[in-house]
Design a protein around this ligand. Structure first.
Ligand code: ZN
Length: 380
């Protein structure tokens, strides 16, 4: 029996005559207590995820036709219908909301205190029952929120679809980059099979990145509640990850098909799709703290010439790029070297070549933290 069903959620109108909607694809038993959720394009200008979704739908359709779906699998192939409509100067601008300049993947609500208030007298000694209790309370709190505008309604709806999921994969990409994954620290090493199967070359861990992106809104409540209630077993019940599918221009059927297959094998191992997945490949590089990432910034205006590329290993003090200013007098003055403050792996560089002081030019994953707890650890 085919279980696939398609639902539509229409966002409240923000302008006269314009309605935008989310397409939500469900597979399996929608009342099952196990749920996996995958979305693409929350940053709507990050194209690779849409093509991965195209192939993942094919794979799940096939699994569904063969009665292989277990639990409940939800896909939102285009998670940001607001962002995908934001064209300016021949380019899609899908990261920040044109209306208020807010990053679509920041400032999700942190519901921990509200949940704690609701469950504090009802937690028990069964982890399973505590998980159910916390999910029920989270659903009630989300249900009581009335989002004030279209973008808030979008964020709210995405959380409503995923707050009770065991697995949440949020597909993104960087500018010019290696495959990399952001995860909550308490999810490691449990999530190692995800990163290994995806072929992630960098895995970045933070218990709190400081800006509550979507994945953290789903996962962080669990370890925050566990810390608040040490006498009750509260597992990290939501493995939420931001998956960075390399760079903006890394779009091909071959790669997207393999990425979709990797996600399917991961879901198979986690019991959402029947059948045996192949042995997990070895993890390419051990996970490192997000606090050890250097966001290498320009210190002068000019044109950037990169001396290093994603995948290069660099030493502290090594020159990663030069900023060229043709207006300066001497040949030495025309060059500003940009040096790494960490030893590590360059995993992303900017795609355009203009520098202004403070602009992030590259990201380098070091091993030891260089940032304080509580700092904003993500790019704007
Ligand atoms: Zn993104």
């Amino acid at each position: 029996m085919i279980t696939k069903t398609i639902k539509q959620y229409t966002l409240p109108n923000a302008s006269l005559g314009n309605a935008r909607s989310l397409k939500i694809i469900h597979y399996g038993d929608q009342s099952a207590d196990r749920k996996a959720y995958v979305q693409a394009g929350l940053h709507a200008d990050e194209a690779p995820g849409f093509v991965v979704m195209h192939h993942l739908i094919d794979l799940l359709d096939q699994a569904d036709a063969e009665n292989k779906i277990e639990g409940h699998v939800v896909l939102v192939p285009v998670a940001n219908p607001i962002g995908v409509s934001q064209w300016r100067d021949e380019a899609l601008q899908g990261r920040f909301d044109f209306f208020n300049n807010t990053n679509f993947n920041r400032q999700y609500p942190d519901m921990t205190d509200q949940i704690a208030e609701q469950v504090k007298d009802r937690l028990g000694s069964s982890a399973k029952e505590n998980v159910a209790l916390i999910r029920k309370a989270t659903g009630e709190i989300l249900g009581s929120i009335s989002p004030p505008d279209e973008a808030a309604a979008l964020k709210h709806q995405l959380l409503l679809l995923s707050f009770d999921a065991d697995v949440v994969l949020d597909l993104h990409c960087d500018y010019q980059a290696l495959m990399h994954v952001y995860l909550g620290t308490p999810l490691w090493p449990d999530a190692k099979d995800l990163c290994a199967q995806l072929g992630a070359e960098v895995t970045l861990l933070a218990a709190d990145s400081g800006v509550t992106p979507y994945d953290e809104a789903c996962s962080r409540i669990w370890w925050q509640l566990a810390k608040k209630f040490p006498d009750h077993p509260i597992p990290s019940a939501c493995l939420a990850a931001t998956v960075e599918l390399r760079g903006m221009a890394d779009v091909s059927h071959a790669q997207a098909q393999q990425d979709a297959q990797n996600i399917l094998w991961f879901l198979q191992r986690r019991g959402f799709v029947k059948g045996a997945a192949p042995e997990v490949p070895p993890l390419k590089n051990e996970a490192t703290p997000l606090r050890a990432v250097e966001h290498l910034k320009a210190t002068a205006p000019g044109v950037v010439v990169f001396l290093k590329a994603p995948g290069d290993r660099v030493d502290k003090g090594e020159v990663i790029a030069e900023i060229v200013n043709p207006l300066a007098d001497g040949p030495q003055d025309r060059i500003t070297p940009v040096k790494s403050a960490v030893s590590g792996i360059v995993f992303s560089i900017n795609t355009d070549r203009y520098a202004r002081p403070g602009r992030i030019l590259a990201k380098i994953a070091g091993k030891d933290p260089i940032k304080e707890k509580g700092e904003d650890l993500l790019s704007p």
